[in-house]
Design a protein around this ligand. Structure first.
Ligand SMILES: Nc1ncnc2c1ncn2[C@@H]1O[C@H](COP(=O)(O)OP(=O)(O)OP(=O)(O)O)[C@@H](O)[C@H]1O
Length: 358
């Protein structure tokens, strides 16, 4: 067995710490590296006293790791965040995917007035497209808007919003969000190495969501839109457990199969006691640019009918248009330019503002 980061974390995860709990649960381990038999990591501690209390933990970790075949040295650095000169600061603690730190119930995000989750039952129905365009439309309406791309399986907001690069973390703790088209944004995709596969389990996802919600300097926002992964999984659960969510918008195509999945998503939000603000129909019609004929490739009106049946607001329909995809691929959401689609998004934004949700 070769020793790597995962082996190191597993080996020390159940070491108990003063005050109860384990190293893994307290999420104190940062920046694990294994190189030519040398294991190094940081134990993040709040103060000099805490560092002193953790000395037996440090010793036990060393003992266990030195016993692993192939490990020649173990170096553990304890860091206290405050008052250190910059040169001695640890690498930014952008360990998205770590275990969550204990948190008593949902915590509001400082400065953020409303949180709106954008979900769908099925992938590919345009949830990310709707999120980026709605964010832009809200910004155009003068709202202070944030957009958090929490689609861990396929983060697409960096591409759709035209943002790249790694977010800065000047103090190694807080994360500076990016800005594009008047929107403050952060994507889980910007925190991962390109092409990195995400195989996080529930607790790691919880940790990631917690960091993205609470560790990012969101600033003062009227509304933070959260682009969720499709379906009904751990991210949705984490979000609703970690922060009070004003409500969820469900995106669906008019197609029966997409609607069936949308119903599951609505059910899940009901169970999580998160109000569903309404349903949006995407790709509802296609107008041929040559002859002007309007076609309904995925059917039409299905989402409005579904909303009526479920007693939920129908928030509007958005056409299927080549420009929507091209604009998304180019990093300039179509809602930035004047036109029928921008108008449809402006109406959607206006409904949220008028309803006191954004
Ligand atoms: N109204 C539309 N007209 C044309 N293309 C669209 C429209 N809505 C979405 N698309 C395109 O469809 C593709 C999927 O859209 P998008 O990524 O927004 O879906 P999604 O529901 O977020 O998918 P997933 O969650 O599976 O990543 C993208 O290429 C996008 O540009």
């Amino acid at each position: 067995m070769s020793v790597d980061r995962e082996v190191v974390l597993r080996e020390i995860s159940d070491i108990t710490i003063p005050g109860g709990g384990t190293l893994a649960r307290a999420d104190l381990v940062r920046a694990v590296t294994v190189e030519n038999g040398a294991v190094r990591f940081v134990l993040e501690v709040g103060s000099a006293e805490a560092a002193k209390a953790l000395q037996p933990v440090e010793a036990e970790a060393k003992r266990r790791l030195m016993a692993l075949p192939g490990v020649d040295s173990v170096s553990i650095v304890m860091t206290a965040p405050a008052g250190r000169p910059a040169a001695q600061q640890p690498a930014p603690s952008l360990k998205v995917g770590g275990h969550p730190t204990p948190q008593a119930g949902p915590q509001p995000i400082p400065g953020v007035k409303h949180v709106i989750a954008i979900g769908s039952g099925k992938g590919g129905v345009g949830k990310s497209t709707v999120s980026s365009n709605l964010a832009v439309a809200l910004a155009k309406a003068g709202r202070k808007v944030g957009l958090l791309d929490a689609d861990i399986y396929g983060p697409s907001q960096p591409r759709m919003m035209g943002v790249s690069g790694r977010p800065a973390s000047p103090d190694g703790q807080r994360i500076e969000p990016m800005h594009a088209h008047g929107v403050t944004m952060m994507s889980i995709g910007l925190m991962l190495k390109e092409g990195e596969a995400v195989v996080w389990r529930g607790p790691m996802l919880m940790g990631a969501m917690q960091q993205l919600l609470q560790q990012v300097n969101w600033g003062e926002l009227d509304v933070l839109l959260i682009d969720l992964p499709p379906g009904t999984g751990d991210v949705q659960l984490s979000l609703c457990q970690k922060t009070p969510v004003t409500g969820a918008i469900i995106v669906s195509t008019p197609q029966d199969v997409a609607l069936l999945d949308a119903r599951r998503a609505i059910n899940m939000f009901d169970k999580l006691k998160t109000p569903v603000l309404g349903l949006v129909e995407n790709m509802s019609s296609y107008t041929c640019p040559k002859c002007g004929h309007e076609a309904h490739l995925f059917g039409h009106g299905g989402v409005a009918a579904e909303a009526q049946e479920l007693g939920l607001p129908f928030l509007g329909e958005l056409p299927l248009q080549l420009e929507v995809r091209l604009a998304g691929d180019a990093g300039r959401p179509v809602a930035l330019e004047p036109g029928a689609t921008a108008d449809a998004y402006a109406r959607l934004a206006d409904r949220l503002v008028q309803g006191g949700m954004a």
